[in-house]
Write a protein that binds this ligand. Sequence first.
Ligand SMILES: Cc1cc2nc3c(=O)[nH]c(=O)nc-3n(C[C@H](O)[C@H](O)[C@H](O)COP(=O)(O)OP(=O)(O)OC[C@H]3O[C@@H](n4cnc5c(N)ncnc54)[C@H](O)[C@@H]3O)c2cc1C
Length: 310
Amino acid sequence: MISRKSTNENKQYMYDVIITGGGPAGLSAAMLLGRSRRKVIVFDGGKPRNRWSDSMNGFLGNDGVNPNEFIRKARTELNRYPVEIKDVEVASATYSKGQFVVNDADGNVYYGRKLLLATGLKDNLPPLEGLEPLYGKSIHHCPYCDGWESRDKAIAVYGINRDGIGQALAMKTWSDDVTLFTDGTKKLQRNDLELLKRNEVQVCTDRILRLEGADGKLQYIVLSNGEKRAQQALFFSMGTKQQSVLGEQLGCEFTSKGVIKTRRLQQSNIPGLFVAGDAARDMQMVIVAASEGAKAGVAINMELQLEDRK
Ligand SMILES: Cc1cc2nc3c(=O)[nH]c(=O)nc-3n(C[C@H](O)[C@H](O)[C@H](O)COP(=O)(O)OP(=O)(O)OC[C@H]3O[C@@H](n4cnc5c(N)ncnc54)[C@H](O)[C@@H]3O)c2cc1C
């Protein structure tokens, strides 16, 4: 049973492990910790990074599954274990006197011997009119997630200045018909243009007015000169931000790309604080996030075992 520390104004609870973030990384850690008979609570704000998408691709055994369905199934599996899930955001977290103190957005206070951050990232999106209804359906970031579904289509790559060159060249693996759109920026060098031409990537440097499509399918990129380019998919990569400020609040070290530095078993630079999934350094895919969560779950349990050994 969960022990209650005090019932003064706000309720205060004690756990072995507090997990912030109930996406694939957090739930996977919860599974291993629950199976290790740890008292676990998972807080989740309900904004997994791939919520815009209808299908989660590239996860063996779950290829093409709806991301919401995947989370629902994972949560159901966790019902068997001593894992509590709260659909509320964590507002702040501190480390004090050998334990983590976590405040949720409802004003309740929780204490944990270990804390796992699995809070994910959010994406910087291109400022294009008409993007939102198409995002995650025919507008994507990751070719490993959505390249197969876009194979042999007319693929646009969005990248201002020289930012889209690498992705445009990479997309040739999935289609012969690739066009790099620089949206009015004209910083491509002669070498860049030669490289793109050699690899049969078309280039359009006109400003984009808007995207047009229906039922989630991109149909046209409309340019400021009035021209309409028929395109069936658009890929971009404009960087990410942490979804939560908790890593910063707790004093985590970050890489230059804004993800939290972790060691082999997802340990951060703060003792007892682990980070898994997109928020931590490594490839950003569901199967990798789930695998990092599993590694963190085992590592956390092993630390607790050592601490409890007489
Ligand atoms: C459009 C799109 C499509 C994608 N498609 C694929 C695909 O097909 N295949 C694939 O492998 N990958 C795909 N990805 C990548 C995939 O979404 C991520 O790699 C994966 O979601 C990472 O899992 P995570 O658990 O680290 O984070 P997330 O899934 O982002 O989950 C983080 C959770 O933490 C919660 N949270 C954040 N802060 C707090 C807080 N303070 N308190 C409580 N909860 C908090 C959030 O609400 C969220 O629910 C896609 C990404 C995008 C953007």
